[in-house]
Design a protein around this ligand. Structure first.
Ligand SMILES: [Cu+2]
Length: 352
């Protein structure tokens, strides 16, 4: 939407200048610290877009120019990166590519033609280093959908899911076993690059053996049981656009009893649409997949990881259609969302 605006005030590095502009922005994003209610009794403080998590869904149209105003209401310079888009370095949002910072308490107007079509996202490009409150450890993630000119529209509804953890800390707890994700054939160049990076890091005296762990896992900023269930009709074809907004973790997503038909990876259509029971997403990875909701009942769509790191399928889904079992499941550490056709209202049991 374009409207009339009477000039535009830009604050940069303390300077205030008026930028002649006839255009109102399509979107205005404010980077600011806010409390995010991720659970009934869990509030986390995070740097967010517009005080919410995830940031607002930004929809563009392929080939149509867009204007986005980004205000930085924090005390640090910021970068908003348009992940997955072909845009000029001035707009891209990566300092190393030459994008100017959005000054602390300043703003920048981004005018560009979003492309290519598909599921993209935006996030901060500040390097956190060892500061677990900074950069991608915080709450700066939002989904972008660039509507293609020719949308096949082969679905009944679209649902955007952002996976993200909160309250990181360093631990020696270790990650979940990921060996089974290793490819059958190793790429030597990649392996060497990884080992070189490790050697360099150790040579610099970086302590060895710590992992970043998280207190809370969420989908769309809600812990398991706190979000609104996704209510569907039988036979509905739901197109899920899932982004892993984690700073460090590989995440999985499964919906027992159902399969995902993968349409696009990282927003780009795949040549062969495979059906899979589980999606695996590396950091920043995106998957667009259709689920045909065939079976009535209440289902938990969630990560396979539990506190113990075991895969306990049986413990986290319910075929009863009336309530979601939480046996053996630590819902703080579990990422899940309730999804399905409920015959009755969900009964929520106290979980403490
Ligand atoms: Cu990125």
């Amino acid at each position: 939407m374009f409207g009339l605006a009477s000039g535009f005030i830009s604050k940069n590095a303390g300077r205030v200048e008026v930028v002649a502009s006839e255009e109102a922005a399509n979107y205005t994003l404010r980077i600011l610290a806010a409390a995010v209610e991720i659970g009934k009794t869990e509030l986390v403080s995070a740097v967010t877009y517009n005080g919410q998590f995830p940031g607002p869904l930004v929809r563009f149209k392929e080939g149509q120019p867009a204007v986005v105003d980004v205000h930085n209401d924090t005390d640090r310079p910021e970068q908003l990166h348009w992940h997955g888009q072909f845009v000029s370095t001035d707009v891209d949002g990566a300092e190393e590519e030459g994008t100017p910072f959005i000054a602390a308490h300043g703003m920048r107007r981004f005018a560009f033609t979003p492309k290519p079509a598909g599921f993209r996202f935006y996030h901060t490009h500040n390097h956190a280093g060892v500061d677990l409150h900074a950069g991608q450890y915080s709450g700066q993630v939002g989904a972008v959908y660039i509507e293609p000119k020719h949308e096949p529209g082969n679905f009944d509804r679209e649902v955007f899911l952002v996976m993200k953890e909160f309250e990181p800390s360093l631990s020696r707890g270790g990650d979940m076993a990921m060996d089974f994700l290793a490819p059958a054939d190793e790429v030597k160049a990649l392996k060497d690059a990884g080992e070189d990076a490790m050697k360099m890091s150790l040579a610099k005296g970086t302590p060895h053996g710590y992992e970043v762990g998280y207190r809370y896992f969420t989908i769309n900023g809600k812990m398991f049981g706190h979000g609104e269930p996704i209510r569907v009709k039988r036979g509905e074809r739901v197109l899920f656009h899932v982004v892993n907004g984690s700073a460090t973790e590989i995440r999985s997503l499964a919906l027992p009893g159902h399969r995902f038909k993968v349409l696009a990876l990282d927003g780009n259509p795949v040549p062969t649409q495979a059906e899979v029971p589980v999606l695996w997403l590396g950091t920043a990875e995106r998957i667009s997949a259709i689920v045909e909701m065939k079976y009535p009942g209440v289902w938990v769509m969630g990560d396979l990881e539990t506190t113990t790191g075991d895969m306990e399928w049986a413990s986290w889904w319910s075929s009863q259609g009336t309530q979601v079992r939480r046996n053996g499941l630590n819902h703080r550490r579990f990422t899940g969302i309730i999804c399905g056709l409920a015959r009755r209202r969900l009964r929520r049991k106290p979980t403490k």
